[in-house]
Design a protein around this ligand. Sequence first.
Ligand SMILES: Cc1cc2nc3c(=O)[nH]c(=O)nc-3n(C[C@H](O)[C@H](O)[C@H](O)COP(=O)(O)OP(=O)(O)OC[C@H]3O[C@@H](n4cnc5c(N)ncnc54)[C@H](O)[C@@H]3O)c2cc1C
Ligand code: FES
Length: 290
Amino acid sequence: MSPESAVALPDQAMAPRPWRIRARHAEIASDEVFSWTLEPEADSGTDADSNTPPAPGQFNMLYLPGVGEVPISVSAITDDGGIVHTTRAVGSVTRAMQDLGPGAVVGLRGPFGTAWPLEQARGRDLVLVAGGIGLAPLRPVIHAALERRADFGRVVVCYGARSPGDMIFRDELEAWGAHDDLDLRITVDRGTAAWRGDVGVVTQLVDRGGFDRRNTLAMTCGPEVMMRFTAAALERRGLKPEDIYVSMERNMRCAVGFCGHCQIGSQFVCRDGPVFPYPVMEPAFRIREL
Ligand SMILES: Cc1cc2nc3c(=O)[nH]c(=O)nc-3n(C[C@H](O)[C@H](O)[C@H](O)COP(=O)(O)OP(=O)(O)OC[C@H]3O[C@@H](n4cnc5c(N)ncnc54)[C@H](O)[C@@H]3O)c2cc1C
Ligand code: FES
């Protein structure tokens, strides 16, 4: 390839910048899910004031030198510009991340990807349906909805976890549950002797309704099979498919639409997603193991 024909990659997007772990919090007793609060290193060329804050739904690429790089959604933004990421340790990079705590420095590039359509939800009921770690990318939406409560109609949050011990953000769940103007519904796949709540799939929480089918925007994040059944349940309640948004996961390399690793049909999850209107992804949901 001649130098002229080489594709110019945007430096900023491709070069990880150093961010320091300010705080680490185990989200579940086994520590398999943990949250980091990250702040830019003083010499990173990034400061929290000038850095573009991520929008709810966007993700960063987190880089561990010598190990690898993974896409992780933003699960909160602190008042002073710190970024919170919540990660489940499943493989080589995320397990190595699990060992790092306050003071460690990691590489970060981003934010990337599309955001949840919060502005489109203004003046409408908002239904959020999360499965497992899928609550992490939706948490900034809950924060925004509570901050700007008057902008939305009813706010319904449906959360499904494997068991009571697998529930993340436990303190916040308790706080959200105490809000009069937020309808928090939780279910688990397997209860315990002490569990007094719902047991079963998260779609049964959607089936309860309690939102205006003609004026609701829904956002869902979790395993694909769960999002597919959630979309079907929302459609049964009368929502139009175009009022349902899903967040997709695919292995990524470049995160900026160059390498094709994250492609689903004609869509690049890193660039065109991860948040998509449901009708765009619905054909992919019908193909197993795409
Ligand atoms: C846009 C986007 C946002 C994401 N946000 C988050 C987030 O906020 N928090 C988070 O924890 N993860 C998130 N993920 C998933 C995360 O990127 C992967 O879990 C991670 O890349 C796995 O890398 P690894 O090297 O640790 O595992 P690998 O070594 O690549 O995988 C090891 C094994 O784990 C399996 N595996 C891989 N990914 C998953 C998974 N997601 N769940 C279960 N098993 C898996 C693989 O099939 C393989 O068998 C996101 C992914 C995308 C695309
Ligand atoms: S990760 Fe390279 S195109 Fe999406």
